[in-house]
Design a protein around this ligand. Structure first.
Ligand code: SF4
Length: 560
């Protein structure tokens, strides 16, 4: 018997150091770590000790004989990985990096942003130095996309915030929430109060489709829709028309799958989650029975990960529909699949798509329809979305990639709700350089670089604004470790000028500039109030969705 990693894996590799026989892969130093969909345990080597399961921050690891119903296939997924990547018993774990010498004094760092990338940077700083960290975010609640992006029915994934809050309880850590860098305090001022500033501001903008009709009412960005159902205060007052029977999502990544699930799940199931109340009420009235996901390439190149695709098998009351004819592979995709170096997860995606295509359909159930090799060319409608013209694609090789090329075959899909889920994009950060083509802050392993390529003293980035919107939550851990390593090297080398003012002066300044500042105790009051509201309703929490309500809760004045 062995332990098995399942769909919820966050890839932050907390389990790796706990394994006495070093049988979990890939490791952060392995070439495929950055692109891995999840981690895997070698069933041949695992000694069944359970240490990894205890260490997993999102409870994604189970003993093989205790795998929940519908998850048994992950045992095969784990084993398959090691067929392709046999474990090299002689591999030696690199020595963990040491702490910065105490004699250098207390390092002071501001982290802008409070999502996973920021939290992992704080954790690494606390682990490796005597440090004071100010975590600054414009919202009254931390945790970024874990709070406002992870789907409400993925409660296990949200459990990672327990680990982030453990870091926040460290004596040197302070939350400064409801404070906007660039508005309440400038970059130059932040530099006066700290040795270094790490920007972990993510990639907040959505990519657009660039087709006619895209801005018609009824066409929305997926990121904003996700923020709406998760109770993000900037989007809580959005109204979505769910009165039609069909929604179409352009894109077939994990965000698109999340939205498809939320739109088709029984609202009574959603009522057990932390979905925002306004979204739950709207979804109870929803008439949507079918959600169509459009992928511009084929099943071999699909953007979703195999664990999320596999998990759709367990979706109660919903059929996954795939037309078998769309699974015919072109010669290049077939060759890619036959390539012995192709990841088992790609084979699994194709296998699952074939299985879905063979399943009997029940007209009484809702449907999630996956379409492949199609692209939108025009949103139809005069005063609002009425449909979408799509074109059939063929894949052609270009520069080593398989690129979709439109054919002359088009069709129309009727819909009143169009969601664009074609990726996120970083936005410029005040006072920092910006790479307009890659939509990131230019950097060298996390050190921000000026236009001439020289590093800017004391300025760092981590997460999506550093590397672009790729990877899962845990991918940010290795990313943050790299950035923090650079910052600590600069500190140890005496390259970071000492701050001119201390923490007390900073807090006094911000208290004047932002009287509604929310600190750690304020956030904990919000958190406790949300959980209490949840307890009364059999839910993990009931979120406050306005800044005013969060502010009141932070001061113990609970809104009704
Ligand atoms: Fe390693 Fe023990 Fe987890 Fe097996 S159960 S992968 S031996 S930590």
């Amino acid at each position: 018997m062995a332990f098995v990693v399942t769909q919820r894996c966050c890839n932050d590799a907390s389990c790796l150091s706990e394994c006495p026989v070093d049988c979990i892969r890939p490791r952060p130093e392995d070439p495929d770590f950055a692109t891995a969909e999840m981690l895997y345990i070698d069933p041949q080597t695992c000694i069944d000790c359970g240490a990894c399961a205890d260490a997993c921050p999102v409870d994604a690891i189970y003993s093989e004989d205790e795998l929940p119903a519908g998850m048994q296939r992950y045992a095969e997924v784990n084993a398959d990985y090691f067929e392709r990547h046999p474990l090299d018993a002689k591999m030696i774990q690199p020595a963990p990096p040491g702490r910065v010498a105490k004699e250098l004094g207390t390092l002071r760092v501001a982290i802008i942003g409070a999502g996973p990338a920021a939290a992992y940077a704080a954790e690494e700083l606390m682990r490796r130095a005597d440090v004071e960290v100010e975590m600054i975010d414009r919202l009254p609640a931390p945790h970024g996309l874990v709070r406002a992006g992870v789907a409400p029915d993925h409660a296990g994934t949200k459990a990672i915030t327990t680990m982030f809050e453990a870091t926040a309880r460290h004596g040197g850590f302070r939350y400064l929430l409801n404070v906007e860098a660039g508005k309440h305090i400038s970059h130059a001022e932040l530099m006066e109060y700290h040795h270094g500033v790490i920007y972990a501001v993510g990639a907040a903008a959505d990519r657009s489709l660039g087709i006619p009709g895209e801005s018609l009412p009824g066409s929305h960005s997926a990121g904003e829709f996700v923020a709406w159902y998760n109770g993000h205060p900037d989007y809580a007052d959005r109204v979505y028309d769910l009165s039609g029977e069909r929604a179409v999502i352009v894109g077939n990544g994990n965000v698109a799958i999340d939205i498809a699930r939320v739109l088709t799940l029984d609202p009574d199931e959603l009522a057990r989650t932390d979905i925002a109340d306004h979204a739950l009420a709207a979804l109870r009235d929803s008439k949507i029975r079918e959600v169509v996901l459009l992928g511009r390439r084929g099943p071999v190149q699909a953007a979703y990960t195999s664990p999320e695709f596999l998990a759709l098998q367990r979706l109660p009351g919903v059929d996954v529909i795939i037309d078998e004819s769309e699974l015919e592979l072109d010669p290049a995709s077939r060759a890619a699949l036959d390539d012995p170096y192709t990841e088992p997860s790609t084979h699994l995606k194709v296998e699952l798509a074939r299985e879905y295509s063979q399943r009997p359909q029940d007209p009484d159930r809702k449907r999630i329809v996956f379409r492949y090799l199609v692209s939108p060319v025009e949103v139809l409608g005069t005063d609002r979305v009425g449909g979408l013209t799509i074109v059939r694609n063929e894949l052609t090789e270009s520069g080593g990639d398989l690129v979709p090329q439109p054919t002359d075959r088009t069709e129309t899909i009727a819909t009143s709700l169009l969601l664009r889920s074609v990726g996120y994009r970083g936005q410029p950060v005040p006072d920092l350089p910006f790479d307009e083509s890659r939509h990131i802050v230019p950097n060298e392993r996390g050190r921000v670089t000026a236009a001439d390529g020289t590093p800017m003293t004391g300025v760092y980035v981590t997460g999506w604004i550093k590397r672009g919107p790729r990877g899962v939550i845990g991918t940010n851990k290795a990313c943050a470790q790299e950035t923090v390593a650079g910052l600590l090297d600069d500190f140890a080398a005496g390259k970071l000028p000492a701050p001119r003012h201390d923490r007390r002066t900073l807090h006094a300044l911000l208290a004047v500039r932002q009287p509604d500042l929310i600190d750690g105790s304020g956030w904990r009051a919000i958190d406790a109030a949300e959980r209490e509201r949840g307890k009364q309703n059999g839910r993990p929490r009931v979120k406050f969705v306005s800044v005013a309500d969060m502010l009141a809760a932070s001061r113990g004045r609970l809104p009704a």
